[in-house]
Design a protein around this ligand. Structure first.
Ligand code: IPE
Ligand code: IPE
Ligand code: MG
Length: 247
């Protein structure tokens, strides 16, 4: 798509009604590579370039929270070679982008347990969180070793602990309290969830938070997900009627 057409799409956005929180299940890297007779690693590399583009585009239009699913609790089932590639790409992404991310006042957050990650990516991720901790711009919330069910289990355990400690009264446990015990405790729920690649499922992503999220699915593979798809998804979102169960 030409630059003019992209700008034309961008101009169609209603900047007064942007989704505050956009979540993306970045999927289809492997199939993108397969279609080109390339190794899966090439798909992950190209996918990383789209992360760079989409972070920049989301920040530029004024999205406040961008959640990206990078590695799921189930992705450990993949061959070690593929996991290594994904971890190396994570390291590369932070090494290449952290300076620019910080300069753009973006705050990096991680949801998921980074404990089981190999040392090098773990160190880089911690560095990125630390460096951008005080930033006040867009929150880039990365799902790493993240699973929605695990997140709920972890939250429930923390609530039980706090009830035992007398910090939480059992009668105060409600929908909002549970939300506060999730990784996203201080973030609004996603308004828009994007999943490219043609899969029509949530694959354990933000299960609790997406109760009233608008979904946007597309057959495009993540390495092809250039900024105009983000704008197209937001334009569709802006044409939806969100009733939240009301009339
Ligand atoms: C997304 O692409 C990257 C991760 C899940 C980490 P995939 O690797 O899942 O690509 P497909 O689904 O096999 O095409
Ligand atoms: C979801 O994609 C996880 C990430 C994008 C990190 P998967 O490719 O792992 O999901 P399934 O296997 O198609 O459900
Ligand atoms: Mg996949």
């Amino acid at each position: 798509m030409g630059k003019d057409r992209i700008l034309e799409l961008r101009d169609k956005l209603d900047f007064q009604r942007l989704p505050g929180h956009v979540a993306i299940i970045m999927d289809g890297n492997g199939r993108w590579a397969r279609d080109r007779s390339l190794p899966r690693s090439a798909g992950h590399q190209e996918g990383m370039r789209r992360v760079v583009d989409i972070v920049e585009a989301a920040n530029a239009i004024g999205i406040k929270y961008l959640s990206l699913y990078a590695f799921s609790t189930e992705n450990w089932k993949r061959p070690k070679k593929e996991i290594d590639i994904l971890m190396n790409i994570l390291i590369l992404y932070i090494k290449n982008e952290l300076g620019k991310i910080h300069k753009n006042n973006i705050k990096i957050r991680v949801m998921g347990d980074i404990g089981p990650l190999p040392r090098l990516p773990r160190v880089e991720v911690k560095k990125a969180i630390e460096k951008t901790r005080a930033n006040s711009g867009m929150v880039l919330n990365i799902g790493l070793n993240y699973g929605g069910r695990n997140e709920i289990v972890r939250g429930v355990k923390d609530i039980v602990r706090d009830v035992k400690l007398g910090k939480v009264d059992e009668d105060d446990i409600d929908v909002d309290l549970i939300a506060r015990y999730l990784y996203t405790g201080d973030m609004p729920d996603p308004d828009l969830l994007i999943r490219p690649s043609g899969e029509i499922r949530v694959s354990n992503f933000m299960l609790y938070q997406i109760a009233y999220t608008e979904f946007w699915f597309s057959n495009i593979y993540w390495p092809d997900f250039t900024e105009e798809y983000l704008y197209a998804a937001i334009i569709d979102y802006q044409n939806r009627d969100r009733r939240f169960g009301g009339l």
